[in-house]
Design a protein around this ligand. Structure first.
Ligand code: ADP
Length: 291
């Protein structure tokens, strides 16, 4: 109704404008629907562990004369409480990356440090599945800080420009997924390198696993909030379904992207492509000069 009323009013201005306005309203409605879905999803995701906790606490009370049962129920309560904590933390992280502009207080961020941190974060789950982690940060020719002459680069030369915490969370999520969705005794590789691009140098960080892989149909949806290929498997590993949505937001707000290559049953490679620190700063300065 609203769309029609508007179009009737502006019809004399030409049908192109009308079309644009109608499209705008459709987009606004789509955004509203996405928001409503999100609230429904959050409520559902919160309800599950809270419901379990409530049932388990009743079970503990009923089993008060059976210490073994009490212990068993208490253990399960702990798992549910951890799940709830993870979910709330990821919701906070997601809302942060959606609302804060990381380029406002950006700083140079060393890629070798980000990679080392992500590997460290997954050391324990990887070890328990005997997954080998191999990282390779490659800087073939770094710009010398002083004269600008090319020289053999050290890994310290690979730097991104942005919010350190957000970038660490993004890479950490990709490595965590690689470990979670891989069988025992496989390999997870993290490779970072600088690539030349017309708009300025980029840094490419690829996380490769030999895990279960993702079908073409699911590839289109895994970056959506709460989308999981196999909810039971995701929950079993403490997944919330928000990790890749966070990664996608962080990549976009830093002027980059995240892509996935995967073959079912063979493994996956998730690649982050982000502006290199120097290129990102140049671009920001150009924008400032134009303003
Ligand atoms: P989750 O918390 O469930 O891991 P994510 O948003 O990080 O949520 O990922 C969404 C879904 O994408 C996962 O539930 C899983 O089905 C799929 N997925 C993500 N990473 C991988 C991977 N490396 N290999 C196979 N499937 C993956």
């Amino acid at each position: 109704g609203e769309a029609l009323a508007v179009s009737a009013r502006v019809a004399p201005l030409g049908s192109r404008l009308v079309l644009l306005l109608v499209e705008d309203l459709t987009e606004a409605r789509r955004i509203e629907a996405v928001r409503r879905d999100f609230v429904a999803n959050v409520s559902h995701e919160l309800k599950t562990p809270v419901g379990a906790l409530s049932l388990l606490s009743e079970a503990v009370m009923d089993a008060s004369d059976d210490p073994e049962a009490v212990e068993r129920f208490a253990g399960r309560m702990q798992i549910e409480a951890t799940r709830l904590t993870n979910l709330v933390q990821e919701l906070i992280d997601l809302s942060r990356v959606q609302n804060d502009n990381p380029l406002e207080d950006a700083e140079p961020v060393r890629v070798d440090e980000l990679v080392a941190e992500a590997v460290d974060r997954c050391r324990q789950p990887a070890a328990s599945k005997q997954i080998t982690m191999a990282s390779n940060v490659w800087a073939p020719e770094g710009l010398d800080q002083g004269g600008g002459a090319r020289r053999a680069g050290g890994t310290a030369d690979l730097r991104l420009w942005g919010n350190r915490g957000q970038l660490a969370a993004a890479l950490g999520n990709l490595v965590e997924n690689a470990v979670n969705y891989s069988p025992a005794r496989t390999r997870v590789g993290i490779a970072a390198r600088r690539v030349t691009a017309p708009g300025g140098d980029l840094i490419e960080i690829a996380v490769t696993d030999q895990g279960i892989g993702i079908s073409d149909k699911d590839k289109e949806r895994i970056f959506e909030r709460f989308y999981r290929v196999d909810p039971a498997r995701s929950r079993a590993t403490g997944g919330t379904g928000l990790g890749l949505a966070i990664v996608k937001h962080v990549a976009a707000s830093h002027g980059g992207e995240v892509t996935v290559w995967s073959s079912e049953g063979q493994g996956s490679t998730f690649t982050l492509r982000l502006p290199e620190a120097g290129a990102a700063r140049d671009r920001a300065q150009q924008h400032a000069a134009l303003d």
